[in-house]
Design a protein around this ligand. Sequence first.
Ligand SMILES: [Zn+2]
Ligand SMILES: [Zn+2]
Length: 340
Amino acid sequence: MYNYHDHSGVIHVHSTYSDGAKSVPYLINAANRAGCDYLILTDHDTMAAYKMEGQYKNTLFLVGEEITVKQEKGHYLGLNLKKTIPPVYGPQETIEQVNQQGGIGFMAHPDVRKGKLAPVTWADWTVEGFTGIEIWNYHHDWLENIKLKDLFSGLLKPDTFIEGPIPQTVQKWDELLTRKKVVGIGSVDAHDYFMSYQKMFKTIRNHILVPESLTYHPAGFLKNKKLIYQALQKGNCYLSYHYLANAGGFMFSAQNHHQEVIMGEELSLHKGVVVAVSSPRPCQLRIVKNQQCIARKNNTRSLIKKIEQPGAYRAEAYLRLNNYHERPWVFTNPIYITAN
Ligand SMILES: [Zn+2]
Ligand SMILES: [Zn+2]
C-alpha cells in the first residue's frame, strides 16, 4: 500500500557556538547514543558548524540557524541554508532571506503560556512565505511549568513538568490551515541546562516519511539531506513525544477512488474521501479539522472517517501509561482535501 520509510530525529539544538553547554562532536555522539537518525543544529545567529555537516555513524548531522528577528520580534529556524543570516531583519525580511537561499523556515516557540514570563514570541502574523511553526517546544514547556520550589524534582523528573503543545499555538495552526499550508514540527531546543543532550534527544522527535530509506553510508549524505528537507518542507512528517513510547510506524492517510496520499499532501474530494489513522500501539486517536475533533476513539490502533467537506484534516494521538492521565503523544501534519 505505502512505500514510505519512517525515520526520526531531533530539530532545534544549541551547541557552544551559541548558548549550548557542549561542543558539536559531543552532541553528535549524544545523538548516536539516543538513536537519532538525524540531528539538526540551530545555534543562535550562526552557521559556524556548517562545515561539519555529514553522516556520523547512524546519525545525519545537519546545520541550520535560529535567526533572531530584529528587536526580538521572534526567533525563526532557518534550515537548509548555505550561509549565516544576520539578526538585522524584520519578520518578513527574515523569512525572505531564508527563502532566497532556497531554505525552509519555522517560527520557534511562537507563543507562551498565559500568565507566564514571555521570553521571545512571534510578533507579526501578517507574514507570508514561511514553511511552518513549532507546535511543541520541549525546553519552553518545561521552563514555563517549573516553579522555583519544584526545581529539585523538576531536574530529577523533568517529564512531570511537561504538559504538551500550548493550546493557543495549536489554535493558531488550525486558523492558518484554513488559508494555507503550514507544516507543524516539534522541537527539543536542547541546551543541556536541565537535562542532558542524550536524554533530551529521546523526548520530542520529528518522524519523516520518505520514499526511500536513508542510507548510513557517508556517500549517501547529500541524498539523505535532500530527503529529510523535502519531507519537512512538504509536511510528510509528524511529531511525537518519544519519551512515552516510540511512535515509529504511525500513519495518517487518505484515499478517494483514484489515489491514496499521506500527511502533507493534497487530495481531491471527488466522489468521497476516507481518511485513516493507524498507530503502532493502542491509544486514543483523534481526527481534527479547524479546532474541531470530528472523530475520536479510545484504546484503539486505528480510526477511519468518511470526509464530505474540503479542508485541512490532521490526526492526534494521546497515550495513557501507568495509570497516568491521557497525554499528548503524536501530532501529524494535515492532509489537504480540495473541493475538486
Ligand atoms: Zn529561541
Ligand atoms: Zn533555541
